[in-house]
Write a protein that binds this ligand. Structure first.
Ligand code: NI
Length: 635
């Protein structure tokens, strides 16, 4: 792929080549499986990538192999240009994530186990085809839990197969533990029979009763085509420029995101991605106490991407991107339409009416949306980035899908959740998302400042009691930058480039504006709390380090929590006026409602990055009013 840009995801040919190079060198045993074959991103160019892509030449792949025989992980760096292994090494203590390809044999092993079938029999279940089984990554709860690569399993009874809700009727108290490498069911724990909940939770169209018939069509048409241009993985829309990336570990990645301002390409983000999603359940019962996950680090989220459907997942004139990943044999496969790019009307951009003369100016806001949706077992997460005409960037997660539930005996009430259907406990839980923002605001050297408002005591400086102060201080070290949201004081964080000043003489800035957020309720000194230590604070800032990529480290599956953001930041490095990475964690508290049953309407959590003196005035002033030829007259 001589024409590939250095950040372009690997092509099918490149995945094949990388696998072949490693296989030729290693001659791996039959017990070896491929965990991932992904682009090894090049070192940062001396200048920002937006303005100096030509400095980046070599194409390399990282190939991760897992040997089921000795449970080892080996990483290879392969030069695709030279078709050879550049280096390789065993990663001590690492466990492979649960691979999509392991799901079927994992389920088959459990369904073939006599103890499991007996346990089903005690519940009056004889048709194993009606059983659906979910893997629950084992975690690390007790000393020695990392000696084998393990996964628990929980089970559900469907009303019908094929079809039928896979997650509506939990088979309470039945927990299997499987050695993933040997595919050996090492334990079938039956904590006692609880009646299966009666509601099948049907949601497929043909199973539902009469549907409402009073919705008339709402068509989005763009007769002259979309306003964006796509060239390979490069996207240009209005004044925005960025490159699209995608991989197993993070899903969608945005590279070299910048803004064209009076002929200058101004970098903002070198790279932006989600790095982790921690989900913790509050239930302590024998069938559920272990249900705390790292949905990114323990699974391969990119492999869970949905092929999206026009007019359903996205509305309007869509440009889809297919993504190519590798399976456990090292073979490439394609998820078609995995990434959706389109424009949306976003309400009013700006407006003013001159009351004296009755003159009015108003502009519609248009936003560019780039998104993907993954199915993580029972849950769907949609990950959306929005770019706006006023320079704002927004990240939003949409949560939908089916609740994790527990079954209750008739007449009993949940202790850590809510009744969402008869005999169904919608267990209380929290979702915590981590986003890594590798900033390049108008250049490489940036600093983060905290801003907040505080009252001024009545007195000489505040004679009428109405004055208040807007304050600012720089966060100079990693320990100073471990910060939490405080909406009551309007706390925000501003990425600042002190070397570049705007027309008003102030440094250029972008402000991280928190949206909905929560405090993580997991106890910090608990086993899971140590592994999820990144979620103790909403903000972290680190100096850029190429190998510091994911909040829970590279291999959190059954990890002890000795890698990741909280460990790196113990060094308390300087983050002043240097190449910085901003890590923001935001969460959604979920106390399920009956209205979340059987498929929950979308809930969302988000944050924004908005320019603060990055421009000298509103960058949205030059947006034209709606065109009268399309029937609009806004004056
Ligand atoms: Ni939830």
């Amino acid at each position: 792929m001589p024409d590939a840009h250095p950040t372009d995801p690997l092509s099918a040919e490149e995945i094949r080549l990388a696998a072949t190079v490693v296989v030729d060198e290693l001659q791996p045993a039959g017990s070896v499986q491929f965990v991932a074959i992904t682009l090894r991103e090049p070192a940062k160019p001396a200048k920002d990538m937006l303005n100096s892509p030509s400095e980046l030449a070599d194409r390399c792949a990282t190939v991760v192999l897992h040997d089921r025989a000795d449970n080892s992980i080996t990483e290879f760096t392969v030069s695709l240009t030279e078709s050879r292994v550049l280096d390789s090494g065993v990663v001590a203590g690492a466990h492979a994530p649960f691979l999509v390809d392991e799901w079927e044999p994992f389920v088959d092993a459990i369904k073939a186990d006599a103890r499991y079938l007996e346990a089903l029999g005690r519940r009056g279940i004889s048709d194993v085809n009606l059983i659906s089984i979910d893997p629950v990554p084992y975690g690390y709860w007790h000393e020695g839990d990392d000696q084998r690569r393990l996964c628990r399993a929980t089970s559900f009874l469907r009303e019908r197969a094929p079809g039928g809700n896979r997650h509506a009727r939990h088979i309470e108290g039945l927990v299997c533990t499987v050695d993933l490498n040997a595919l050996d069911v090492i334990a079938v724990d039956d904590h006692g029979v609880v009646p299966i909940p009666p509601d099948p939770g049907e949601y497929e169209t043909e199973q539902l009763g009469p549907l409402r018939d009073d919705l008339r069509p709402l068509e989005i048409t763009q007769p002259d085509g979309p306003s964006f241009e796509v060239d390979g993985w490069q996207v240009a829309w209005q004044k925005w420029r960025f490159r699209v990336g995608f991989n197993e570990r993070e899903g969608l990645v945005l590279h070299a995101l910048g803004y064209e301002d009076a002929g200058r390409l101004r970098p903002i983000l070198h790279r932006a991605s989600y790095t982790e999603l921690a989900v913790t359940y509050a239930d302590t019962s024998p069938g559920h106490w272990f249900m705390s996950f790292f949905d990114f680090g323990e699974l391969q989220p990119g492999a869970l991407a949905n092929p999206l459907a026009l007019g359903c997942d996205c509305l309007g004139l869509i440009r889809y991107f297919d993504v190519t990943l590798s399976d456990s044999r090292g073979d490439p496969y394609v998820i078609p339409n995995a990434i959706c790019l389109h424009e949306e009307d976003a309400g009013t951009l700006w407006k003013h009416v001159d009351l004296g003369e009755g003159r009015s100016e108003v502009r519609r806001s248009r936003r560019l949306v780039i998104s993907w949706i993954g199915t993580f077992g029972n849950y769907e997460y949609g990950f959306y980035w929005y770019l706006y005409q006023d320079g704002a960037i927004e990240a939003e997660v949409k949560l939908t899908g089916i609740l994790q539930t527990a079954a209750l005996a008739p007449g009993t009430q949940p202790t850590s959740g809510n009744l969402v259907a008869p005999q169904v406990n919608g267990m209380s839980h929290q979702h915590l998302f981590n986003v890594r923002l590798d900033m390049d605001l108008d250049g490489r050297d940036n600093t983060v400042e905290e801003t907040w408002a505080e009252p001024i005591p009545l007195g000489e400086d505040n004679p009428n009691g109405t004055a208040f102060a807007t304050c600012r201080r720089a966060l100079l070290s990693e320990s100073e930058a471990k910060r939490d949201v405080d909406p009551l004081s309007a706390r925000a964080w501003e990425i600042t480039n002190a070397d570049v000043t705007n027309g008003l003489g102030a440094p250029v800035r972008y402000r991280l504006v928190p949206g909905e957020n929560i405090k993580a309720m997991v106890q910090p000194d608990s086993p899971y709390g140590r592994r999820a230590a990144f979620a103790r604070h909403h903000l972290h800032v680190t100096p850029y380090e190429a190998d510091e990529r994911y909040a829970t480290g590279n291999y959190p599956y059954q990890g002890r929590g000795d890698d990741g953001l909280s460990v790196w930041t113990e060094a308390d490095r300087s983050i002043a006026d240097t190449d910085i990475v901003v890590w923001y964690t935001f969460g959604h508290h979920h106390a399920p409602r009956p209205e979340d049953w059987p498929v929950m309407p979308v809930a969302s959590a988000s944050f924004r990055l908005v320019p603060v003196g990055f421009f000298d005035r509103s960058p949205a002033l030059d947006v034209a009013p709606p065109d009268p030829k399309h029937g609009h007259s806004c004056h």
